[in-house]
Design a protein around this ligand. Structure first.
Ligand SMILES: Cc1ncc(COP(=O)(O)O)c(C=O)c1O
Length: 314
């Protein structure tokens, strides 16, 4: 029997008992030969889920917000110009973090419910002939509004003008639930967390990192220590961590990646689509309005509904 209360929020999502139990293991010496038996399958599984063969993956003990910080602090320097779209609470927060790190933001604010403004990005990249823009941010799935953005179109906009900026993508609420192709879409850093598609509690942040992003780390001067990807990559390569890892959660992640790959990513995506479509049909049949303004940008993980006037959302 399922022992938990189901929750219907964008995350944390419900945790299958088998994953919750996988987190409950005895204390282990993380510098012993046993630890790589947990770590290595996690890293191999994550690469498959992020759909990267050429990139690296790392896992920090933090929530997804830590991965945002790792992405920018490892690749950028104060004063660097960054292109971003403000389209909901999460994209807004990442922008705020960039500002606090002293980055110079070029922001396109769109109506909440809209997706990443590809043509505005394309124009800004074309106009930037001096290549002052060092990174482009995209929130693949804006959890606040239930809107999916086209990351591959942003890659095409970069390539169309031969722009070298890094492509940093927040896939916290899309990964392991909707199609996400790190290599094919030319993503330099993918930012994720454990408590959504991976079906775990919050507490792990997951990053996919391209070789181009790894090269950028040497030039970047923003301060970092806990989230220094250079230390992390070096230690993970020899089966360990630069500090004490959260071993039980990593064992849960091993189970979750195993389950996702066993089901098959295509089937996972189809399952989310089917459930989301059922939800959307119900919402529309109730006469309510979706927050996402067009059906092409509907998210399959979050259905955000506009609260009718006179009603209290809570
Ligand atoms: C799209 C998106 N980005 C970032 C975050 C921040 O992640 P966390 O709350 O795990 O720090 C969330 C959390 O819900 C999110 O949905």
């Amino acid at each position: 029997m399922h022992e938990q209360n189901p929750v219907f929020i964008p995350g944390p999502t419900n945790i299958p008992d088998v994953i919750r139990k996988a987190c409950d293991i005895g204390i282990m010496d993380h510098r012993s030969a046993k630890f790589p038996e947990i770590l290595n399958p996690v890293l191999a599984g994550l690469k498959k889920i992020l759909q990267t063969e050429t990139g690296e993956v790392v896992v920090f003990s933090s929530s997804g917000t830590g991965a945002w910080e790792a992405a920018i602090s490892n690749t950028l320097s104060a004063g660097d110009k960054v292109l971003a779209a403000e389209q909901g609470m999460f994209s807004q927060k990442w922008i705020e973090m960039c500002k606090r790190h002293g980055l110079e933001m070029q922001i396109f604010a769109v109506e909440w419910g809209e997706s990443c403004p590809i043509s505005a990005y394309a124009e800004a990249l074309k106009a930037d002939t001096e290549h002052e823009i060092k990174a482009v941010l995209v929130t693949h799935n804006e959890t606040a509004t239930g809107v999916l953005s086209d990351v591959s179109a942003v890659r095409k906009a970069l390539d169309a003008v031969g722009h070298p900026a890094l492509l940093l993508v927040d896939c916290v609420s899309s990964i392991a639930s909707m199609d996400f192709r790190m290599d094919e879409w030319g993503i330099d850093i993918a930012v994720a967390g454990s408590q959504k598609g991976f079906m775990l509690p919050a507490g792990l942040s997951i990053l996919g990192i391209s070789q181009k992003a790894i090269a950028a780390m040497e030039k970047a001067t923003l301060p970092r220590f806990y989230f220094d990807l250079r230390d992390m990559l070096k230690h993970l390569a020899s089966g360990g961590y630069p500090y004490t890892p959260i071993v039980g959660m990593l064992n849960g992640l091993r189970k979750s990646t195993e389950m996702l790959l066993e089901e098959g990513l295509e089937n996972v995506f189809a399952r989310h689509h089917r459930l989301a479509e059922g939800m959307r049909q119900a919402v529309l049949a109730w006469g309510l309005k979706m927050c996402a303004v067009r059906k092409e940008i509907y998210s399959d993980t979050v259905t955000a509904i506009v609260v009718p006037k006179g009603y209290d959302g809570t």
